[in-house]
Design a protein around this ligand. Structure first.
Ligand SMILES: *Cc1c(COP(=O)(O)O)cnc(C)c1O
Length: 392
């Protein structure tokens, strides 16, 4: 008998500890964890530097109100801005809060410049931005919004399949009252689908032309996951607003909205707040994670390892062309698209001590920690091969 609400379909397994890429179950088995809390534990389990940070800071100060100065938050915000396009940062606790705050920032900017009717956000149908009322209607997914009406207004949608050169349908979707376009740089839950670089560039151009804002949701694909600090970096596109979360806390709940100073100008005192957002303990942990991940040689290593992983997976696809349809994604945000429902495959991987997680379109998501070792990748590759042979 469980006293928890049954809003999750949980697997019948629990864990008692983790170390790096591995999880140890309560019944004494060792698993290779390539879920990592869905791209949350960016440095794996029980990273010594994170343990030290928590230990040290927990003895000093956990939480103070945002009514006071928080130097630990100032420091992390400065580091994030020095590393990226951003001029300032607003801290939250989760991804949904960060994306919802990003929407608020966009609306508030146009309000502050005397255009309060410019308040609609254009999103990709069936994308994922979180589970709050506003963010489920931002996704516009029937599955997520069913039973949660009345509809939260202010969102328009474009289909992902329209994301191709010249963008049929995009122009007429941008209306006089559109404030921003919000997309995941790489759709995560939606099936590990990167927006092509050409399309990202086109989005930026059209936003410039129409004087609207570009919000890139990097909650899942950001913070080193692709081998670049942000997934959009290789496109050279500069967004206006970027919500982040998952990887920045290394397992501790942190969310944030990064933005340029133009849009930040609308966020005057009293326009937004979060009781827990930006607390000293979270900020110290975020700083430690950032110091490790933002390092060039660390990111170079993510690229090197992920290239190896992708090439090995492509070999498996060639060997089992009737099982694997496509190897998707970038860096260590990897999707294996199968021809059939992936549930059974994931079950078999788990039997063989490899943990993975599903995404839409029959995709198995593979999300190792960013500091995964080559021999752990080899181990995963062997398990995937074994399961392919068995199900062939
Ligand atoms: C996970 C995710 C969110 C929501 O994050 P939560 O912390 O679960 O609220 C938002 N956007 C994207 C792209 C995500 O992957």
């Amino acid at each position: 008998m469980s006293y928890l609400v049954k809003n999750y379909n949980r697997k019948k397994i629990a864990f008692k500890k983790g170390k790096g890429s591995y999880l140890f179950s309560t019944n004494g088995k060792k698993y290779l964890d390539f879920v990592q809390g869905i791209a949350v534990n960016s440095l794996g389990h029980a990273h010594p530097k994170l343990i030290k940070t928590i230990k040290d800071q927990s003895k000093k100060l956990w939480h103070v109100s945002n009514a006071f100065q928080i130097p630990e938050g100032e420091k992390l915000a400065k580091k994030l801005c020095k590393k990226t396009f951003a001029d300032c940062v607003m801290f939250q606790n989760s991804g949904a809060e960060a994306t919802e705050a990003a929407i608020k920032v966009a609306k508030r900017y146009f309000y502050s410049v005397g255009k309060p009717n410019k308040n609609r956000i254009l999103c990709i149908k069936n994308s994922f931005h979180g589970r709050t009322l506003a963010t489920i209607y931002a996704s516009g997914s029937k599955k997520m919004t069913q039973g949660f009406g009345p509809k939260v207004l202010g969102f328009d949608h474009i289909e992902f399949k329209d994301f191709k050169p010249r963008f049929p349908n995009l122009k007429n979707k941008i209306k006089k009252n559109t404030a921003a376009i919000m997309v995941e740089t790489i759709l995560g839950e939606g099936g590990i689908k990167p927006i092509p670089v050409k399309c990202l560039k086109y989005l930026r151009n059209i936003c410039n032309k129409k004087k609207i804002l570009l919000i890139l949701d990097e909650v899942q694909c950001g913070i080193g996951r692709t081998g670049d600090f942000f997934a959009f970096e290789s496109s050279k596109v500069k967004p206006d607003i970027v919500p982040i979360a998952k990887g920045i806390g290394g397992g501790f709940p942190i969310g944030a909205v990064l933005m340029n100073k133009k849009v930040a100008s609308g966020m005057i005192p009293g326009t937004h707040g979060s009781t827990f957002g930006g607390n000293p303990l979270a900020m110290k942990i975020g700083s430690t994670v950032l110091d490790i991940i933002a390092n060039k040689s660390f990111l170079r290593n993510v690229k090197k390892n992920s290239e190896y992983f992708h090439s090995e997976l492509k070999k498996i696809k060639t060997e089992f062309p009737k099982i694997i349809k496509e190897v998707r994604g970038r860096g260590l945000l990897i999707g294996l698209q199968l021809y059939r429902d992936q549930t059974n495959f994931i079950k078999h991987l788990m039997k063989n001590k490899l943990l993975t997680i599903r995404a839409a379109e029959n995709v198995i998501r593979i999300l190792p920690p960013l500091n995964v070792k080559k021999k752990e990748i080899d181990q995963a590759v062997n398990i995937i091969k074994r399961v392919c042979s068995k199900l062939n």
